[in-house]
Ligand binder design. Structure first.
Ligand code: PQQ
Length: 231
């Protein structure tokens, strides 16, 4: 049987997938350059809502499949972060505030009338992956968060400067996410490395992260296509 990769090489393989991440997707580049019309930002916020609202369900699937108490303890914090503990709190609520700040009503976000079929297919594929695959692969698929901190910091700065009409309250999602994201990346990586003792499992974890990068890019492909097409 082939030997597993040394941990550093395994980590390096996962980090090298940054090129496949969505930071340089044409839609993000237009967002960062201040080139988006308000209606394009609204389409983006309404579609990202679908991703945000499905993430706690994806995390619940991981909890359901994971027999490791220590991992479950850490993982359930993610659900609490997104859902909050009380009405009016949590990451999802903050995303709704961003959507309102770009000009959407809460109602039109919550009824998902702007969610495009491609977004739904991509995000649902992510949730299904977490339900159907071994839990460590689903955890590995969340490792895009290793790449997300720098992107979110840049997005926050660029949105503040290029879209000054967006009220500061709208950015609470990014400011609060940035506080948790770097730490999460490290502990998630640790869980994946410890729970992939064979080359086969390591390769499966790498494939899971590739899949997730493709999920994210697919969301923006569909948003970008319709954003450019609409009047
Ligand atoms: O704004 C971004 O670019 C970005 C990227 C990602 C990501 O890389 O999956 C997440 C988030 N944001 C995010 O806010 C978030 O809560 C989140 C959860 C997850 C996940 O897979 O569990 N990814 C991400």
């Amino acid at each position: 049987m082939p030997e597993p990769l040394p941990a550093e090489d395994f980590i390096a393989r996962m980090r090298s997938l940054k090129d496949r991440y969505w930071h340089d997707h044409p839609f993000h580049l237009r967002l960062h350059a201040g080139e988006l019309e308000p209606r394009e930002l609204r389409l983006w916020a309404a579609n990202r809502w679908y991703y945000q609202r499905r993430i706690p369900q994806k995390d619940a699937a991981i909890l359901a499949n994971c027999p490791d108490l220590d991992v479950r303890r850490r993982w359930r914090e993610r659900i609490v972060w997104h859902d909050g503990t009380h009405q009016g709190e949590g990451g999802a609520e903050n995303w709704l505030r961003l959507a309102e700040a770009v000009g959407l009503t809460r109602e039109e976000v919550l009824d998902e009338r702007h969610v495009l079929p491609g977004t739904r297919f991509a995000v649902d594929a992510y949730v299904t992956f977490a339900r159907a695959r071994p839990w460590v692969e689903a955890v590995a698929s969340g490792l895009t968060e290793m790449f997300s901190g720098a992107l979110m910091a840049r997005r926050l700065a660029d949105m503040r400067s290029h879209y000054p009409w967006i009220a500061e309250e709208g950015f609470a999602y990014f400011t609060s996410r940035l506080e948790v994201v770097s730490d999460e990346g490290k502990s998630t990586l640790d869980i994946v490395v410890r729970n992939c003792p064979t080359l086969e499992r390591q390769e499966a974890a790498i494939a899971a992260l590739e899949f997730k990068c493709d999920v994210l890019r697919s969301i923006l492909d569909t948003v970008d296509y319709y954003a450019r097409k609409s009047p």
